[in-house]
Design a protein around this ligand. Structure first.
Ligand SMILES: Cc1cc2nc3c(=O)[nH]c(=O)nc-3n(C[C@H](O)[C@H](O)[C@H](O)COP(=O)(O)O)c2cc1C
Length: 216
């Protein structure tokens, strides 16, 4: 089985759902986009408010204009980050460089992904600390459905560095904000496995810093 394969196995989908940043420009059928959107709509939200709005963006000019902001943030924020930070847990210098190169690739080709889903939330003028909890579950569901269908995507939030400009460009009212852009397409590379640090490094027991006995 090629690891570009679709899967109905949830454990396989979760453990192989890498950020797929190298995407083909071939179109993605609307039936598949609708399945991804439906997965988003199945997500929970506070008081079941479902205040999300999912924008399906295909217009090339819109994508190009937003890509320019995305690229500016790559140059101003992401490049210095990679230059001054060590690889994260579960990674190493070689993997970190491959990740940086893929991030740069997606930056340069962001607008060429055949379809974007922009996840927006009607969250009022002053979103608070839990606002995102009512949209990122939907975003993760959509990423998982894309993986299940054999489509690649990456949860991206970098555009929020120019959130006001991007939201205005997309015509959002002031009561709504965009929280993520999912560029979706057929992957060039293979899915998973994901690289993470050991579970014991991030799990505590009854008090912060205490060992959880279940991990012994
Ligand atoms: C909140 C959040 C924001 C992210 N924003 C971006 C982004 O703007 N651009 C990007 O290329 N990847 C972005 N990512 C993807 C992460 O960099 C990626 O999931 C992480 O490096 C782990 O890589 P893997 O999923 O391939 O294992 C984001 C992920 C999260 C959870």
């Amino acid at each position: 089985m090629s690891n570009q394969s679709p899967t109905n196995n949830l454990l396989e989908a979760m453990s192989t759902m890498r950020a797929m940043r190298r995407l083909k420009t071939d179109p993605v059928p609307d039936e598949m986009v609708v399945k991804i959107l439906q997965a988003g709509q199945w997500a929970p939200s506070a008081i079941n408010s479902q205040n999300w709005r999912f924008m399906v963006v295909k217009d090339f000019n819109t994508k190009v204009t937003i890509q320019a902001y995305y690229k500016r943030l790559f140059d101003d924020v992401i490049t210095p980050h990679y230059a001054t930070n060590d690889p994260p847990p579960g990674s190493n210098a070689a993997k970190y460089e491959r990740q940086r190169a893929a991030v740069e690739y997606l930056t340069d080709h962001f607008h060429e992904s055949p379809v974007w889903i922009v996840a927006c939330l009607i969250d009022g003028e002053n979103p608070d600390r839990v606002s995102g909890a009512s949209i990122y579950g939907a975003v993760q569901n959509m990423c998982l459905m894309a993986r299940a269908l054999g489509l690649g995507t990456t949860l991206t939030t970098r555009h929020t560095g120019y959130g006001k400009e991007v939201d205005a460009l997309l015509g959002l009212p002031s009561s709504a904000h965009s929280y993520a852009i999912l560029p979706i397409g057929w992957p060039m590379g293979n899915f998973g496995p994901v690289h993470r640090g050991p579970l014991k490094d991030v799990v505590y027991g009854d008090r912060w810093g205490e060992t959880y006995s279940g991990l012994n």
